[in-house]
Design a protein around this ligand. Structure first.
Ligand code: HT7
Ligand code: ZN
Length: 854
């Protein structure tokens, strides 16, 4: 695709003062009438260019006068009217076919109901419009549909008049008083069950809250509603931001390209992130619902009231909103556990992206395909940058800067520069160098060297930074890296401070009291203050001491991870035949010691996934790494067998509560179930079958089924069939059934799953539950040296891409690390990518493949 450049930005030469939309809804032929009040703000000679794709134009007029065909031009992407007055009303009427919309962008059908997805360029598939985020307007919507089939009619803002029409149709009016860009437009129509509640804001306004779900599912929206109300309270208390409309609606749909969408006053959610109860959802699902509901709600201020000037600024809303939802989750649950989970995700997804051919900066300066910009770098690294900003200036100035941002830019579409100007104004500091973090791709590597001088009781710490070259950016400048540091001995912290590494290197000298005779341990990047990779040459003894002596929970967990990673590498490369007993004992000891914080203890038992090992040493051999990981996991299972029996011997908490406390207990229980899956104990399979049969919640039932499937010797097929028979009518639970097999099976399993009658190429959740589960969480099978893993998904991805380019492109990102694989898998991956390239991909997918092949 043609590359779009940030430097080409030009303001739109017209203002759209008001948009009046009229929808006559019909799955096969929906009529959309748009009335735009337009005023020229740019040059007198500027043509009016409106985006529009796949629209059948029925009529067009200016100020009531039908336009002659010679006055306008319609291309496959736009409507161009060369000569227009300075102020006028444009009316267009178009026809679209939502039932034919398989891309799930624009107006489409899901489960027999109408719904929309407009970010980033879906609105142009509904009507002709300047479909760009810096054109903000007031929307008035009138819609009509068959009353029996679509009794509920929703759009943004607040509801107005409703009434009956002929032929069993009815209509509703919605008005949104807040000016918004077209990507935040939404419309939903259908027959839903509704879970209702209300919220009184800090200003005393009463808000009607409603979650619209499939018939029969209302009670399963209770947790989402609870999460919404807690998010509303949190944003008031933490950022002083209250909700600004009388109603807040959520609609859950089963067919959705992403997690959810923050449309003004009408959030649309993938039903996977709304519906939950103890029988059908895991604790991970409850946690994801809580954070995604919060994320979309927080967008109301960071994204909707203040939006992006252009899509290059996507991190302005996404990085900031992820940062806000991460802090919400940390406040709802355990802050250190939340931090560790966020970093696991960052390292697994963003560090991998940053190190491969798809690397790009947090604010890119060009893109081929806009849908491919919704990446871990923009979201997760973008959030880390806000976290560093807050640490550097402190909480108070951070809040002042945010207050100024809300005050100065409310109702505007702005840039990263506008955002940082607010912080420059409240701190008097210059953030020019800090903004390099937004422009440079790649994960900085910080090397730490220590030199203890026993004569003077001084420790010298040298820090050096280097950011590796990335595609299109061969040379990097140093970025400011805030590092929380400490010196530790057996008693605890000897010193604590923050260093901002601004230059390429710096040497710090710390003087210790005379009583300190041994070199203290240096604790660096505590709480993961900066998104960097640390390079240290510590001995195993020093690392073991770190596990014992660390006072920062993140770094204690990370010390364990570093040891475990080194062990897996040694086992995978054959330099060591069996896991080191001292290490396994230390690991088991750390787990047992953390038993009072079960969520943390559970994290300590979690060994890095194969993908997390790819960046440790290259070429990466997924099969060898997987075998080594299993060996270590099995040794840990044996060491913890007594602890495991004790943990699982206690009853699971009852009655069920999805909150952090019980979820922590279940996390440790499921960690033990995972270990039973690789336990050498002869009775493990039977224990697991018993746990599966008797589980009272989906968290433990699914973990037991998975572990039972992994344990050879059990009757996995029988248990899988039992699960299928129980849940065949619940699509979200069946997604878990598909994913479980895709993550534990091989290429043949994928072929069997794709041939299952319930496999549905049109449903992104189902496709992801097979393909993404396999390609992202079963790397040994996906990267099989004979290429069988690639072959198994190739055809499915091609078919998915034909119907839904956003989905096809996303699935293809699984190939991003092909260059660092061992030679056989690498050759097979390259051949697959080349075959795909010549197979007629969508432009979204072609963009990913072209960049991957570089
Ligand atoms: N802002 C939302 C992005 C989104 C999206 C992007 C492309 C294609 C489909 C999509 N659905 C939702 C999600 C969010 O970050 O809140
Ligand atoms: Zn978002």
């Amino acid at each position: 695709p043609v590359s779009v450049q940030l430097s080409d930005y030009k303001p739109y030469p017209f203002e759209i003062e008001q948009v009046n939309l009229r929808f006559d809804l019909d799955p096969d032929a929906t009529k959309v009438r748009s009335e735009l009040k337009v005023r020229r703000t740019g040059g007198a000679g500027d043509a009016l260019v409106l985006d529009g794709e796949g629209l059948t134009l029925r009529s067009i007029s200016i100020d009531g006068q039908a336009l002659d065909a010679s006055c306008y031009e319609q291309t496959d992407k736009a409507l161009i009217i060369a000569s227009v007055p300075d102020a006028f009303t444009l009316v267009t009427e178009v026809e679209i076919a939502p039932s034919q919309n398989t891309a799930l962008s624009g107006l489409y059908m899901s489960g027999g109901r109408f719904c929309t997805q407009c970010e980033s360029t879906g609105f142009r598939r509904i009507t002709f419009y300047p479909d760009r985020p810096d054109v903000m307007s007031a929307f008035h919507v009138w819609m009509a549909a068959d009353k029996a089939t679509y009794p509920i009619l929703l759009s943004n803002g607040t509801p107005g008049e409703t009434g009956e029409l002929d032929d069993g149709r009815h209509y509703a009016v919605w008005d949104d008083p807040h000016k918004k860009p077209s990507y935040l437009f939404a419309l939903c129509a259908g027959d839903y069950d509704v879970y209702r509640d209300s919220f009184t804001t800090m200003n005393g306004d009463e808000i009607a809250l409603a979650i619209h779900v499939d018939k029969g599912d209302a009670e399963r929206a209770a947790w989402a509603m609870d999460s919404l109300k807690r998010s509303m309270t949190w944003d008031e208390q933490t950022y002083g931001r209250a909700y600004d409309l009388g109603v807040f609606n959520i609609v859950a749909v089963r067919d959705f390209n992403f997690g959810a969408m923050e449309n003004k006053g009408l959030n649309v959610f993938n039903s996977a992130y709304v519906l939950a109860d103890e029988a059908t959802a895991t604790d991970a699902d409850f946690e994801a619902i809580e954070s995604i509901v919060a994320h979309e709600y927080f967008h109301n201020w960071t994204g909707n009231r203040i939006t992006c000037r252009d899509w290059f600024q996507l991190c302005l809303k996404e990085g900031l909103t992820v940062f806000r939802d991460q802090n919400f989750s940390a406040d709802m649950r355990s802050r250190p556990v939340q931090r560790i989970k966020d970093v696991i995700r960052l390292r697994a997804r963003q560090f991998a992206e940053d190190a491969g051919p798809l690397a790009h900066s947090v604010r890119p300066d060009h893109y081929g395909s806009i849908d491919n910009l919704y990446t871990a770098t923009v979201y997760e690294k973008g959030a880390e940058l806000i976290g560093m900003l807050r640490r550097m200036i402190g909480e108070e100035l951070y809040r002042k800067g945010m207050d100024l941002y809300f005050e100065r830019h409310d109702g505007q579409a702005v840039t990263i520069e506008d955002f940082y100007k607010c912080f420059e104004d409240v701190t008097g500091e210059d953030f020019t160098q800090f903004r390099l973090w937004y422009a440079q791709a790649g994960t900085p590597e910080v090397t730490v060297e220590e030199n203890w001088k026993p004569e003077t009781h001084e420790i010298e710490i040298t820090l050096k930074q280097k950011t590796p070259a990335t595609p299109g950016q061969p040379v990097k400048k140093p970025v400011p890296i805030p590092l929380e540091m400490a010196l530790l001995d057996e008693e605890g912290n000897l010193a604590e401070w923050t260093t901002i590494l601004e230059d390429e290197d710096v040497t710090l000298t710390m003087e210790m009291p005379d009583t300190v005779t041994e070199p203290p341990l240096v604790s660096v990047n505590r709480d993961f203050t900066a998104p960097i990779r640390l390079n240290r040459s510590l001995t195993r003894e020093q690392r073991l001491a770190m596990v014992r002596m660390e006072t920062d929970p993140f770094n204690q967990w990370d010390a364990v991870q570093t040891l475990v990673k080194a062990e897996i590498l040694a086992l995978s490369e054959g330099s060591q035949a069996e896991p080191d007993d001292a290490l396994v004992t230390a690991l088991a000891g750390a787990v047992e010691q953390a038993v009072d914080d079960p969520a943390f203890a559970a994290l300590l038992t979690r060994l890095p996934e194969v993908g997390e090992m790819f960046l440790e040493r290259q070429p990466a051999d997924a099969v060898a790494l997987n075998a080594a990981r299993k060996k270590l996991q099995s040794a840990l299972a044996a060491k913890l067998s007594g602890f495991s029996a004790e943990t699982l011997g206690k009853p699971t908490p009852a009655p069920f509560d999805p909150g952090a406390e019980q979820a922590g207990i279940r996390a440790l229980r499921t960690a033990m179930i995972v270990l039973l899956g690789v336990s050498p104990d002869a009775g493990a399979a039977d224990t697991l079958r018993g746990l599966y049969d008797n589980a009272t919640n989906m968290t433990e039932r699914l973990a037991a089924l998975r572990a039972y499937t992994v344990q050879k010797g059990g009757k996995a097929n029988e248990a899988l069939a039992d699960f299928e028979a129980t849940w065949k009518d619940n699509p979200l639970v069946m997604d878990k059934w598909f994913a479980l097999q895709a993550t534990t099976g091989d290429a043949e399993t994928i072929k069997t799953l794709a041939a299952h009658p319930a496999f549905d190429l049109r449903n992104p959740n189902r496709v992801r539950s097979v393909v993404a589960a396999f390609t992202m969480q079963n790397l040994a099978a996906f990267h099989a040296p004979d290429g069988s893993g690639y072959q198994a998904v190739e055809e499915i991805i091609l078919k998915a891409d034909k119907a839904n380019p956003a989905l096809g492109a996303r699935l293809l990102t699984a190939f991003e690390q092909w260059r660092i694989l061992e030679p056989q898998a690498k050759a097979a991956a390259e051949a697959t990518l080349k075959r795909l390239q010549s197979a007629g991909l969508s432009s979204n997918a072609a963009d990913i493949v072209a960049r991957a092949l570089g």
